[in-house]
Design a protein around this ligand. Structure first.
Ligand code: ZN
Length: 500
């Protein structure tokens, strides 16, 4: 007879395996699947999702969790039981019909969103969005919460985090950030990003992107890099990580920084403990912590002066026509221009979080019932003016720009900004722990930073919740100060500002 823990472990491991099979099917459909494969793939994915749902809500699993809870001492086993309970409760409180209805409504909503965005026609999308908001409110009520309804949705992506906590950090961030953006707008010096829009042959971009990913520590014997329309990081576990990117011959930034970003996600995946693969103990803490790893490599390392002191020679050799006569200073300025803009995915690292604060405020009000769907465009445009000082000329460049809401994803956006804040706090801690880190980065030596991330973050899987992990690694709870210090010290010299 297997012990209760062994039976439990087998059950949750198989649920994890089903999820990883679904992930691989998704990767395939985004990269190499012919269009003709679409309907067969939809059936396959739907079957896997149904099987996983049945397993997640099985009464036997529920009994095992009850039996084991408070009876396991080992920290790995504790984290598995804790996360399995969360997964079981979230899944079993929502009836299967409602899950099916949500996925049907969101398929139609995504299609309607695509058309509405193309025609900048918010009223055409509004009925779909209203239906989704109602379903998500209902789901949140079924799952339950102690603070407010939005907490139940946020918990799906950032376990343990509450709306009140997010509000607290965002409130601390918005004033100083808006003020700094205004100072940059009136700064004496303005870097010019036009050199990034020269001709960059695709083959050279492919090999340079691969070189960058490899240099920072992505292991190609346990991963791949392919092309997809929307870049992402997927795969089946630490030994098989799939990155994707896209290439534009007239713009170098998307492949260089996209690959550094996705490789950051991939390096985290490759560092998760293989012994606990397919179970929570072998999985990422949260979307916010995942995003901290991608932003750390993309921005804190990849847009730093030190990084390019070591890497710019190789970059010029890869693109001699475009960059041969561009100085390191000019290139570093070009990859660090700041300008309030309409589109989140094109935003720089200073203004990016303001786009997220806007979305958080709107979706929290929608779910809480204090904002109606029809009032979204006005709320959006008002907040754009208030936070970024720009006015969307139409809804396509305003409230219709992101796919998330049409996919029923409410509570997801905050994790992007939390990722930036976690990254800043982790990076400061790494600089304290590795005093010559900046010199190492200058020499293209990324192994010390990678080893620090492995030891402090990656190897723990889901053992600690995000808040606890941040506290353990940095000695302090999550705060906005490291991020604000980082952008002030970095951008002031580029823009010729004095900071005191
Ligand atoms: Zn990311």
């Amino acid at each position: 007879m297997p012990s209760a823990y062994e039976a439990f472990h087998k059950a949750i491991r198989e649920i994890g395996q089903l999820g990883s099979i679904e992930g691989l099917l998704d990767w395939d459909s985004e990269t190499i699947m012919p269009d003709g494969g679409l309907s067969a793939r939809a059936e396959q994915i739907s079957l896997i999702a149904t099987l996983a749902h049945e397993r997640r809500t099985s009464p036997t699993l529920g009994e095992l969790i009850e039996q084991l809870d408070s009876r396991v001492d080992d920290p790995i086993e504790q984290s598995n039981v804790r996360e399995a309970r969360r997964m079981y409760e979230r899944a079993s409180r929502v009836p299967a019909e409602l899950v099916t209805r949500l996925s049907r409504v969101s398929v139609l909503a995504k299609e309607a969103w695509g058309k509405a965005r193309a025609g900048s026609d918010f009223p055409a999308f509004a009925p779909h969005l209203s239906e989704l908001v109602n379903i998500k409110r209902h789901i949140a009520d079924l799952i339950g919460y102690t603070g407010e309804r939005y907490d139940a949705l946020l918990d799906e992506y950032e376990p343990g985090m509450t709306s009140a906590q997010v509000e607290e950090v965002f409130t601390a961030l918005r004033g100083p950030l808006c003020e700094f953006v205004r100072r940059l707008a009136h700064a004496p010096r303005k870097p010019d990003s036009s050199v990034l829009h020269r001709n960059f042959p695709r083959a050279a971009q492919e090999s340079f992107a691969r070189h960058l990913a490899e240099a920072i520590g992505f292991d190609f014997s346990r991963g791949r890099l392919d092309v997809s329309k929307h870049p992402f990081c997927g795969g089946t576990g630490p030994a098989d990580v799939r990155l994707t990117t896209r290439y534009y011959e007239d713009f170098i930034a998307p492949s260089v920084f996209g690959v550094l970003h996705e490789a950051g996600h991939g390096i985290y995946e490759q560092g998760l403990p293989e012994a606990h693969m397919f179970t929570p103990a072998g999985q990422a803490v949260s979307l916010g912590i995942h995003e901290s790893q991608s932003r750390l490599w993309e921005n804190f390392v990849g847009r730093s002066r030190e990084f390019w002191e070591g890497m710019y020679g190789a970059c010029q050799r890869a693109f001699p026509d475009a960059l041969g006569s561009v100085s390191l200073d000019a290139f570093h300025g070009a990859i660090n221009t700041v300008s309030p803009s309409l589109i989140r995915v094109e935003a720089d690292e200073v203004t990016y979080n303001l786009h997220i604060i806007l979305r958080f405020e709107i979706e929290r009000a929608l779910i809480g019932g204090t904002l109606e769907v029809r009032d979204i465009p006005a709320a959006w445009n008002g907040k754009m003016r208030e936070l970024l000082g720009v006015s969307p000329p139409n809804d396509a460049q305003g409230c219709l720009q992101d796919i998330h809401w049409s996919a029923g994803m409410f509570g997801y956006f905050p994790t992007y900004a939390l990722g930036n804040l976690y990254a800043a706090q982790f990076f400061e801690a790494a600089l304290r722990a590795i005093p010559n880190l900046r010199d190492e980065l200058r020499r293209g030596q990324f192994a010390p930073l990678l080893a620090w991330l492995r030891e402090n973050i990656h190897q723990h899987g889901m053992r600690y919740r995000a808040g606890e992990l941040v506290h353990r690694v940095t000695g302090a709870p999550l705060t906005v100060e490291p991020f604000l210090r980082y952008i002030r010290t970095k951008f002031a010299p580029i823009y010729g500002l004095n900071i005191t």
